[in-house]
Ligand binder design. Sequence first.
Ligand SMILES: CC(C)(COP(=O)(O)OP(=O)(O)OC[C@H]1O[C@@H](n2cnc3c(N)ncnc32)[C@H](O)[C@@H]1OP(=O)(O)O)[C@@H](O)C(=O)NCCC(=O)NCCS
Length: 312
Amino acid sequence: MLKIREFVQGDDEEVWLRIGNESFKEYDDFRPSTMEDMEIWEKDPGFDPVGMFLAEMNGETIGRVQAYVDKKREEKKGFVRALGVVPEFRRRGIGRELTERAIKSLRERGMETAQCWIRDDKIPCKHLFESMGFDLIRIFSAMRRELNIIPSDVGGNEDVRLRVMREDREDIELLRWLVDEAFSEHFDFRASTLEEWKHWSEHPDFDRKGWFFALLAHKPVGHVGTWIDSKFVKHTGIKRGWIDTIGVLKSHRRKGIGTSLILHGMHYLRSKGMTEVELGVDDLNQTEAIKLYDKVGFRVIRKDLTYLRNIV
Ligand SMILES: CC(C)(COP(=O)(O)OP(=O)(O)OC[C@H]1O[C@@H](n2cnc3c(N)ncnc32)[C@H](O)[C@@H]1OP(=O)(O)O)[C@@H](O)C(=O)NCCC(=O)NCCS
């Protein structure tokens, strides 16, 4: 007998992690999630245990899903996330039941659409969501390059000065402002809060020395942030870092500032011993960011798909 029950905060963390780790271990960039990750997540200002479900079969937990409502969003769009069924119990309709439960939960909380993300090579996920009426609405590219040679002859801005982020509240506020300004016209944008950035900056892997502001005549006009997931590097042995975010104010685009920023981020990651770097970009990004990444040698390694369904 299949039973789908609510997640109980304080009791179910370990089982939530176990199901996730068993379900996602087939991913090529998998690393196990730990209790420390869970504790950090539960402290996130946006964390909400409501909508988290576990599937049990004869008392054994075998699947999970999260139906997430982002309370900071005005539009009535919810998210289906973290869906996983352990391999031995697949193809028995459990993924579908969990997704249906998640949609019901979003509907009960007033959501009108449900969105989810799927990697293009995850055929079971694609079939599952497409068979449940989700439509592909947006495609993102994951891009990667090695860091052995970092190009120096690809332009850049001669006048721009890059300064490392400081630890104070003022710089966190500046980062928040620069990111929101740069992304305000982007797909799925919602303004971030200082509290969220503060939480991010307190993550044990957050390294402010890898976060930079671009200054023109002392005025901040852009930012770049790098990320190294220390547990990923330790688990896989792959020395891969990420360009977490990069942006230039609209008024200062097409002047080589983005090039200077990304090159700087790449040099920083290499200085930390990374041998490759990855980033994600919206294929329909109006600023054609993908061309910048292409210019500095990134190549597409995967597509990440966004699906949406009307749930009214
Ligand atoms: C995706 C996942 C949750 C599906 O769980 P599941 O319990 O096996 O799914 P169901 O049995 O409910 O299948 C429902 C539909 O999904 C599709 N599907 C599931 N597995 C499939 C497979 N191996 N190949 C093709 N289609 C598949 C089919 O359309 C299926 O309907 P059908 O059986 O009537 O043809 C599971 O494969 C999983 O945990 N994958 C790893 C974790 C993951 O990638 N999560 C992210 C999901 S976006």
